[in-house]
Design a protein around this ligand. Structure first.
Ligand code: SF4
Length: 303
């Protein structure tokens, strides 16, 4: 029996479902029940009424969101150390510090935050719906964290004052992309179009034909009539893009754009997690209750 056969056997036996983020290794994506972005997957988990266990192959904050939204299910993270450094950049103390200066300004937090931080915000957003979320608020100024590039993108799209908290929160992987690398690729592929994730710098966003989240990129790539697409986000997305669009060519804008945290998950670890039912992700109910409210408020926008 192969490892994949074993995983499938355990999945059936334990009524488990495997959710894998778009940045996971190809073999994990191929063995998952669903592949997508963090919130898309959490919503998917909510629809899996029969499932007792969710193996969330991704990083800490995503598994936390799944646990918050699925309190009746056991949520497992295959690798305990798979933590998103950007999520760690915004602490509760930091939010409280900003609230002292802006007591009446709403706090909008990207889902790439820990549950403890989410519990102190008014509403959550994803990179797909951040503009819509901020536009929905009856406020001309918002506190927005933790990614300052996404904050700048939202400011440019909404015209509102978007104060980044902390001032320079960032994703180390998306910072690796540089417009100069795109220019070199464009000379090799003159008809290519460029897709950029909003966690990239503003300079990168400026060279894009399209700025969007991973799920939006997948949709755009399917619908856009282009032979070659240059992609500026974590390299794991390339597997899905190529699989879904066999007739198109995809070129990563920087070949070492790898999130080491996402790649901590392996097929072996996924198998062990399922077999031994570890590592269980839990969020204390008082925190979960407040964070759930912020997530549900976002879902109410029907994005
Ligand atoms: S790609 Fe960036 S934001 Fe996503 S998990 Fe890795 S470090 Fe965090």
């Amino acid at each position: 029996m192969t490892l994949i056969d074993e995983i499938n056997r355990l999945k059936k036996e334990k009524s488990a479902v495997i959710l894998a983020h778009n940045y996971q290794r190809p073999e994990i994506q191929d063995s998952a029940d669903y592949v997508g972005d963090s919130i898309g997957l959490s919503r998917r988990a909510m629809e899996e009424k029969e499932a007792k266990i969710i193996v969330f192959s991704a990083v800490d904050f995503m598994a936390e969101s799944a646990a918050i939204l699925n309190p009746d299910k056991k949520v497992l993270l295959p690798t305990l150390g798979a933590r998103c450094p950007m999520a760690q950049m915004l602490t509760v103390d930091e939010i409280k510090r900003w609230k002292v200066h802006y007591p009446l300004v709403p706090v909008v937090l990207y889902v790439n935050t820990l549950a403890s931080a989410k519990a102190y915000c008014d509403i959550c957003c994803t990179s797909a719906n951040a503009v819509e979320v901020v536009n929905s608020l009856d406020a001309e100024t918002v506190l927005f964290g933790p990614d300052h590039n996404l904050a700048e993108y939202v400011h440019r799209k909404t015209g509102k004052t978007v104060i980044p908290i902390p001032e320079r929160g960032f994703c180390p992987t998306h910072l690796l992309f540089q417009p100069e690398d795109v220019q070199v690729l464009e000379t090799k592929h003159p008809d290519a179009i460029v897709m950029v994730h909003p966690e990239c710098t503003v300079e990168m966003q400026n060279v894009a034909d399209y700025v969007g989240s991973t799920s939006q990129m997948c949709r755009y790539a399917r619908e856009r009539n282009a032979e070659t697409i240059i992609v500026a986000t974590e390299e794991g997305i390339m597997h899905r893009l190529r699989k879904e669009n066999p007739g198109k060519q995809f070129v990563l804008a920087y070949e070492d754009a790898v999130c080491p945290n996402m790649k901590l998950n392996t097929l072996e670890r996924l198998y062990t997690a399922l077999k031994e039912e570890k590592h269980v992700v839990t969020v204390p109910e008082p925190v979960a209750k407040r964070a759930r409210k912020a997530l549900e408020k976002m879902f109410e926008l029907k994005n």
